[in-house]
Design a protein around this ligand. Structure first.
Ligand code: FES
Length: 125
């Protein structure tokens, strides 16, 4: 277990950078210790958070989009699935598919914003 953490911000549906609770979608922050063996979707799932995944993490749906805000240099490079499902513009600005990204090296915290439809910090009861 690492001293460094993955922090995911949940701020409602992607809305061009505004913050707050929008349209009834929960806001919140997930913090989980970084594990080099887990992709970022699995990190979130360990804490029962939902990132919008519709394909079970197989790189097919493109629904678990996150925007990397900090720690991009410590992440695995974009996969073929990401190149297929994300625009070049999104890739350049730091959008990734959580199921495709691993912490390549654990040298700092990683911070991201959940962009997936219906993403929330914890599954409803
Ligand atoms: S969960 Fe479907 S592409 Fe990542």
């Amino acid at each position: 277990m690492s001293e460094f953490k993955l922090r995911i911000l949940f701020e409602g549906p992607y809305n061009g950078g505004q913050t707050g609770d929008h349209h009834g979608v929960p806001s919140g922050v997930l913090e989980v210790p970084l594990d080099i063996n887990l992709n970022l979707l699995a990190h979130a799932q360990c804490e029962e958070a939902f990132l919008g995944s519709q394909c079970g993490g197989h790189g097919k749906c493109g629904a678990d989009r996150i925007l990397i805000l900090k720690g991009q240099d410590a992440l695995s490079p974009p996969t073929e699935s990401e190149k297929r499902l994300l625009s070049t513009q999104d890739l350049h600005r730091g959008v990734r598919l959580a199921c495709q990204v691993f912490p390549d090296q654990i040298i700092s915290d990683i911070e991201a914003r959940a962009l997936g439809r219906g993403a929330h910090p914890r599954q409803p009861e």
